[in-house]
Ligand binder design. Structure first.
Ligand SMILES: NC(=O)C1=CN([C@@H]2O[C@H](COP(=O)(O)OP(=O)(O)OC[C@H]3O[C@@H](n4cnc5c(N)ncnc54)[C@H](O)[C@@H]3O)[C@@H](O)[C@H]2O)[C@@H](O)CC1
Ligand SMILES: [K+]
Length: 501
């Protein structure tokens, strides 16, 4: 796991590294600039392109000055520096790098408050105006400059953080930010990069290691963690010899209405393909032929649309409930009976979540450790409206602890809040997966992992990861714009095998 730090903790990690490595702060800046330049050269190898580096007078600006000097040393021929001197103060490392810039003979222009903004003939803009030190929304001269640069429509490469983007905390939807084609960020992605509000401002980002103390970062025990492939490789277990279907549990998927049988089929398919020993689907009677035809591996319990069928609840090692279930009286009764009769962690999704938001008395019946898988709208229906994704995360942390549940909030980077206060961000997945039925497959995967005796927190981490990874394997090589959920379910055994090697 990669711990994700807030701006406040990043400052602490910088200070600790400077003191204990030890390294002077200007040398740490040098290291950061070098890491940036390494990436930049790979992406923009044409040394004849004109590049303008816009620098503030803080440490982000200091990075910019060092980057300009290094690019010059790498024989980039047309480097130009613009220093925005909008405040009275500058940092010592900015000043140190400014001297080095002058010594290297690199041309620069200064702009003061109210000055006319200079023309820019460059093809590429490097944004080193403001970084993680941002402490208020852009206004005045900074806003004027950023609007001007956005209007130029050039390729912008941001240093650490795009100017105007907060690294964490609530971000207003209309925040003014210098739009970046690429952000080369230091040490770790910033939390805001993982939230949808940053979508309009960042095309893509890359994190480069600048050697901040790993030991200190771990000791901060950040609640925010970024899942890495190596974590999944550790969690996925090879199937032991002498195993049989009983070894991998029996999952029950309670889903579907006559008109929404597809949701039940996709969920059952996700469950079986993710490795449950046995999968049973509790479906409406009219869906039996469809189930038997498309998935002979899956067993059925039929519902007559009136009352909950008799079930030997104890024989199921996990339950997933909700996809396509409907919100009528029978669906509510079925959810109520399931919660009454089943005490092990279960996966609650889709219509079951909507029923829960309409019937809050059901909350206290949810088994400890259960997994709720809302998308943004379902989340807000459950817990009230939110002004930002950051505030949604804070609510998820509180509610996960309060109800002793895991909340898997679907997002481009799916967010998992656990009862113990952890917040995991899943890195896999892509926009081709934004198709109806994708969430149904995820519910099946999660129920399957629970049935295979993964503890719920682990099931969430593995489930979100392999779901996204299977989608990536299908979509990315041929840049597919859409991945069908049914195809994704079929890809799962391949994805899992690759991660279990
Ligand atoms: N030693 C370190 O601490 C390192 C810092 N690094 C760089 O340092 C950056 C952070 O530097 P700083 O903390 O100096 O901060 P910034 O350079 O991001 O900002 C400079 C100053 O601008 C002011 N400011 C904030 N918001 C403003 C606004 N909306 N309008 C006008 N002024 C505003 C604040 O006083 C802030 O300290 C990182 O993003 C990174 O690029 C890297 O060099 C790595 C090492
Ligand atoms: K910046």
């Amino acid at each position: 796991m990669l711990p994700l730090l807030t701006a406040k903790d990043i400052r602490k990690a910088d200070a600790y590294t400077i003191k204990h490595e030890p390294i002077s702060s200007i040398d740490l800046m040098e290291r950061a600039a070098k890491a940036f330049v390494g990436w930049f050269i790979n992406h923009f190898p044409d040394k004849k392109q004109a590049i303008t580096v816009y620098c503030g007078t803080g440490n982000n600006g200091g990075d910019g000055l060092a980057i300009a000097r290094m690019l010059n040393e790498h024989h980039y021929k047309k480097i130009c520096v613009v220093v925005a001197r909008f405040g009275k103060k500058s940092t010592a490392d900015f000043d140190g790098n400014f001297e080095r810039l002058i010594t290297a003979g690199i041309p620069y222009t200064g702009i003061n408050p109210g000055d006319k903004l200079p023309d820019d003939k460059g093809q590429i803009i490097i944004d080193a105006l403001l970084g993680s030190g941002l402490n208020k929304p852009l206004a005045g001269d900074y806003a004027r400059l950023v609007n001007h640069l956005n209007d130029l429509n050039k390729t912008v490469v941001a240093v650490d953080v795009p100017t105007g983007l907060f690294t964490d905390g609530d971000m207003p939807a209309d925040a003014l930010v210098l739009k970046a084609g690429l952000v080369i960020t230091f040490q770790q992605p910033k939390l805001s990069f993982l939230l949808p509000e940053s979508g309009p401002h960042i095309n893509c980002w890359e994190a480069v290691n600048i050697g901040l103390s790993g030991e200190f970062i771990q000791s901060l025990n950040s609640p925010y963690q970024f899942i890495e492939e190596k974590d999944i490789r550790q969690l996925l277990r090879p199937r032991p010899r002498f195993s049989n279907k009983g070894t991998f549990g029996h999952a029950l998927i309670i889903a579907g209405q006559p008109e929404t049988m597809g949701a039940a089929l996709l969920s059952a398919s996700g469950c079986a393909h993710a490795g449950a020993g046995l999968t049973t689907a509790c479906i409406p009677q009219s869906g039996l032929v469809a189930l038997n035809t498309s998935q002979p591996e899956v067993m059925a319990i039929m519902r007559d649309g009136k009352k909950t069928p008799e079930m030997a609840w104890d024989k199921f090692s996990a339950i997933g409930i909700g996809p396509g279930l409907g919100k009528d009286k029978q669906a509510l009764q079925l959810l109520g009976n399931t919660l009454k009769n089943y005490q092990k962690p279960m996966v609650i999704d889709a219509d079951a979540l909507n029923l829960l938001s309409a019937n809050p008395k059901l909350w206290k019946k949810i088994p400890a450790g259960s997994i709720l898988t809302p998308h943004m709208k379902e989340f807000d229906r459950l817990f009230g409206g939110h002004i930002s994704w950051w505030s949604r995360i804070q609510t998820a942390i509180v509610r996960a602890a309060e109800y002793n549940i895991n909340i898997l909030l679907k997002n481009n980077y799916t967010i998992i809040a656990t009862p113990g206060g952890r917040v995991y961000f899943n890195p896999t997945g892509n926009p081709a997966m934004a198709t109806g039925g994708m969430g149904d497959v995820l519910t099946g995967i999660l129920a399957s992992l629970l049935a295979q005796q993964h503890p719920p927190e682990q099931a969430c981490i593995i489930g979100a990861y392999i779901h996204g990874k299977a989608g990536d394997e299908l979509a990315l090589p041929s840049r597919m714009t859409v991945v069908m959920p049914g195809k994704l379910a079929q890809q799962l055994p391949v994805t899992i095998a690759r991660l279990t090697l």
